[in-house]
Design a protein around this ligand. Structure first.
Ligand SMILES: Cc1cc2nc3c(=O)[nH]c(=O)nc-3n(C[C@H](O)[C@H](O)[C@H](O)COP(=O)(O)O)c2cc1C
Length: 109
């Protein structure tokens, strides 16, 4: 079984678009190395991210992300054990989705 987890957070007020791009490119590399997949949406103020992979690996990653100074108000919305990935083949998909529905709906799969 895999752990799938969904969280929301609020970007630091000074975070630039280039810094968000850097988070995504780091995540693509680092998640691929850990066999973690998922999706990240950013509406200009809030992040909504879904992560899935080995339970211990995902919990370790979430612990790191939750203390990252580039955002605050980190809040896990939902988590569950699943058989199959919602974003297979996506180490981290950048989702252009202002109301987060693509990412939120993937949680229910
Ligand atoms: C909104 C947000 C999402 C992030 N998502 C990921 C992610 O999916 N994978 C990842 O490795 N780091 C992610 N990070 C970065 C981590 O907080 C942290 O900087 C990184 O894991 C440190 O990596 P390292 O220990 O390999 O240097 C994210 C940061 C933010 C602010």
């Amino acid at each position: 079984m895999l752990l799938r987890i969904l969280y929301f957070s609020t970007a630091h007020a000074d975070l630039t678009a280039a810094e968000v791009d850097a988070i995504v490119s780091h995540s693509v590399q680092a998640n691929a190395a850990r066999d973690v997949t998922g999706a990240l949406a950013f509406n200009g103020r809030n992040f909504c991210q879904l992560l899935e992979g080995d339970e211990l690996v995902v919990r370790d990653l979430i612990a790191k992300i939750s203390t990252d100074k580039r955002h605050s108000g980190f809040k896990v919305i939902d988590e569950k054990l699943v058989q199959d990935r919602a974003f297979p083949g996506w180490a981290m998909q950048r989702v252009r989705d202002l109301d987060f529905s693509v990412v939120i709906n993937a949680m229910t799969r």
